[in-house]
Ligand binder design. Structure first.
Ligand code: UD1
Length: 431
């Protein structure tokens, strides 16, 4: 199993380039099925989740040409089937975006229930409620969601919970439903806006994305488009935290600073210098950080996908910090691993009470999910001595060339595929 071997203690310095947003890419790739015309999508991150989704799309007849590592040209004119195979879909949660896309275009979709990171109960009732409100019949059969409709009709939908996935899924289906749809209590995340912009570039009529009321006038047909995905807010935030945790000085390039504001504000509050430029942020940190309180919230609040990285950072800050997870109910599993590195964190329900320690010490740890995996890598970069982070396939679901980007900033990190390689890497790392 692939691992990262890391020798900690080096402050990260230099510049790092952020890729396209994984979560926007998953929605936009799925939405590309909604036109028979060719669609070119740029800035697609080359990560496992996007690769698996594209394989699944190819399996139903969508032609995907890889123009370069981050640009794909998609031709969905010959979709053979609206049934997605379990083989791909167990691996990625965003599989369910194919329901909104296929239902909107073909009025039929059969997609296995989603897999993905294990961070708590992840209900999909709001997705199903939205599809039903648009006139679809939705059943769960043999582990799959089967949605069919004779016609989709716009409706006024009030989401009981702010859900990124449900907002995206319903927005896709509604963009090809007859008449007007209003989604109230919609998610406002940057990737919701990016998907709306992409659908509009294909001829959809969506207004209000980025606010909590989205208004959609359904259109009969969507056309081809050439679209570039926004930078990844969470990848950028992860490098910001890594810079701060290692007391480094890093320019994080190709970002939209507005999307990072709540992360920037927290870093400034605890004593980091953060400078914003047009499309970059610089993080400089040379002292022990102060304690704080953080609560995860839907955008523009502090993202749940940055919670583990923030907890790792606060683990070596002064005094006691409190991190409250309000989006998912089981997102502190990594704390046990962090304890093996000397962290002093007590979890009570959805709250982590963090007593800052002077430093972490290197250990063998396992990534329990995507973002927690990245957070453990940050802990290893700070720690004394060597750490081995196992199960990095989780991390590679969402971070492209994570080890190489960190190494470019001076980190002592190598990716190894076997115990033998691990032994060799030890020699390399201590050189
Ligand atoms: C998306 C992101 C994920 C991020 C999360 C929250 C993608 C591919 N994934 O996940 O990285 O952590 O947003 O920002 O974009 N809920 C319900 N019923 C529903 C749907 C959701 O109760 O029908 C609950 C969930 O259990 C969770 C909360 O709402 O507690 C938020 O979930 P949601 O925003 O839907 O997250 P995802 O779209 O799955």
């Amino acid at each position: 199993m692939e691992k990262y071997a890391i020798v900690g203690g080096t402050p990260l310095t230099g510049q790092v380039e952020i890729g396209g947003a994984k979560n926007a890419a998953l929605a936009i790739l799925a939405a590309a099925v909604m036109t028979d015309d060719p669609v070119t999508i740029e800035n697609v991150p080359d990560v496992r989740d996007t690769r698996v989704l594209m394989q699944a799309m190819e399996s139903i007849g969508i032609k995907i040409e890889h123009i370069d590592r981050h640009t794909v040209k998609m031709d969905s004119s010959k979709v053979s089937d609206c049934v997605i195979d379990d083989e791909y879909m167990k691996k990625i949660r965003a599989s369910y975006y194919m329901i909104g896309a296929l239902l909107g275009k073909y009025k039929r979709a059969e997609v296995p229930l989603p897999g993905g990171c294990n961070i708590g109960i992840r209900a999909i009732d709001q997705h199903l409620k939205g599809f039903r409100a648009l006139g679809a019949e939705v059943r769960i059969e043999h582990g799959s969601i089967v949605a069919t409709a004779t016609d989709l009709r716009g409706n006024h939908i009030f989401m009981d919970k702010v859900s990124v996935g449900a907002t995206i899924n319903v927005m896709m289906a509604a963009s090809m439903a007859a008449g007007k749809t209003i989604i109230e209590n919609a998610a406002k995340e940057p990737h919701v806006v990016d998907l709306a912009n992409f659908l509009n570039s294909m001829g959809a009529n969506i207004k209000g994305a980025g606010t909590d009321v989205i208004r959609i006038k359904g259109v009969e047909k969507l056309h081809g488009s050439n679209y570039a995905i926004i930078p990844d807010q969470i990848e950028a935030g992860t490098f910001m935290m890594a810079a701060a945790a290692t007391k480094g000085d890093v320019v994080v390039k190709n970002v939209i600073p507005k999307h990072l504001e709540c992360i920037t504000a927290k870093l400034q509050e605890i004593g980091c210098l953060v400078e914003e430029y047009d499309d970059a942020v610089r993080i400089k940190c040379d002292k022990t950080l102060a304690n704080t309180q953080v609560k995860t919230l839907p955008y523009p609040g502090f993202p749940t996908d940055m919670q583990p990285q923030m907890t790792v950072l606060l683990g070596t800050a002064q005094g006691t910090s409190i991190v409250t997870e309000s989006i998912f109910d089981n997102r502190f599993k990594y704390v046990d691993e962090l304890a093996r590195m000397g962290a002093n964190i007590k979890v009570e329900g959805n709250t982590a009470i963090i007593s800052g320690v002077d430093k972490y010490s290197g250990a063998s740890i396992t990534a329990p999910d995507l973002r927690a995996g990245a957070a453990l890598v940050i802990a290893a970069l700070v720690a004394d001595g060597e750490s081995v982070v196992d199960d990095i396939t989780y991390i590679e679901r969402g971070y492209e060339d994570f080890d190489q980007k960190l190494a470019g900033l001076g980190a002592n990190i190598v990716r190894v595929a076997s115990e033998r390689e691990l032994k060799m890497s030890r020699l390399k790392l201590v050189e």
